[in-house]
Design a protein around this ligand. Sequence first.
Ligand code: UDX
Length: 476
Amino acid sequence: MSQPIRIAVVGSGYVGLVAAVCFAEMGHDVICVDNDESKVEALRGGDTLIHEQHLPELLDRYRNNRVQITTDLAEATRTCQVIFIAVGTPQSETGDADLSYVEAVASEIARSINGYKVVVEKSTVPVYTNEWIRRVIERNGVRREDFDVVSNPEFLREGTAVEDFLHPDRIVIGADSDRAAALLSEVYAPLTSGSYYTHPSCVPGDCSDHHPPPALMTSTKSAEIIKHASNAFLALKISFINAVSNLCEAADANVEQVARGIGLDSRIGPKFLRPGIGYGGSCFPKDVAAFRSVAEQMGVDFNLLSEVEKINANQKKRFLAKVRSALWTLRGKRLAVLGLAFKGETDDIRESPAVDLVEMLLAEGSMVVAYDPAAMKRAATELPPSPQMRYATSVEDAARDADALLILTDWTEFGELDLQRLHDMLRYPIVIDGRNLYDPQTMLQHGFTYLSIGRPTATPSREARNPLPESTAVGA
Ligand code: UDX
């Protein structure tokens, strides 16, 4: 490969830590900076702090050699040529992204610049942030010719972050100077040239030396918008299919069939058409709100995004109504809840619709026994254990004697339950599935009353012979 580049990555959350170890995996020398001493200690000791495939092995391989972990941003700035900012951009009360961490890091970088540096926005930021970073660095006395600001957004998903980083659909480099664009192209050359994929120990994925990822060169502002627009579009796709699922329920159609029919159109595609209890996580809710707010500030009507948010919030209320329609009253009912994470295969509960729904169920007076393979420790901070809220040790422990079982997260293992055993354990064989993990016919054959999203309810003949209107239905 070409010469290794000395790279600093500021922030060691999902994006920063994954970027740091992946740059090392690509052959570069990396300094990972975080101002949290305890985090730095943990990372140096090999604790990744997050649940992410391939991350433990990569951290183990590179920590304290090709990846140095430190709190010293000044030293990292002086020794590195490219500095990636990957700190948090949380949502402020108005929906805007709070950029105070980005600003603080930019000022600190500015005070240590000792030659030409490229400062790269990796965090998701609104358009114009690059100009603010530039202004902040200049205000700190750095000459314009001594730095450039580049936008290089990250599209990784939690759970598959390492694979997404090393096998991306595209690499977006938003740079307004040729010098900065060339340096960033060099950083990504091991991927774009395909050379990384020829290493026998490379992380497997869709890219190869024959099909390397393309690099898209844009202006910085376009790159900033690409990131927000991508997430907003994906959120829109989910809200769209959720709205269609509501129509399917009203019309007695099947949203799985409809989604397949829509997705086979190559212009639409089959991905992100899974209906459910709404999107969550650290990105979509925050980024849709921030994009809407940016548009508003710039005088652009983007009410479409408000509708996306409205449909998403409504999905949880509709699910609660579904639970009520199966169980009549909720006070005192013992409900088994499978899943607390915002999606499967992660321990992240940020903006998790599952956590919101448990809060709603508790407010209705239900007794919840929840199980999640990875997210219970984190969930306990939001939903502390109490006589009303218990954490189970297994699916069976949650299901035993429950009045109904609710599936709120699409963990693979929740789609592979032993249905006969489950039927025997539940007090009443009622499953309300917010993620459509089962085929209604199969559930019916196993004797369950099965409610899901956008598909007709499956009810054993005894109940079907005597149906009740939803508002007065008695499931148990
Ligand atoms: C997302 C983007 O995919 C990623 O590109 C960006 O960098 C960060 O945000 P992530 O939040 O990790 O990644 O999860 P993702 O797999 O995209 O799912 C987001 C939410 O949408 C989850 O709550 C998921 O359950 C939901 N979802 C996803 C659906 O409800 N239906 C779908 O069809 C797909």
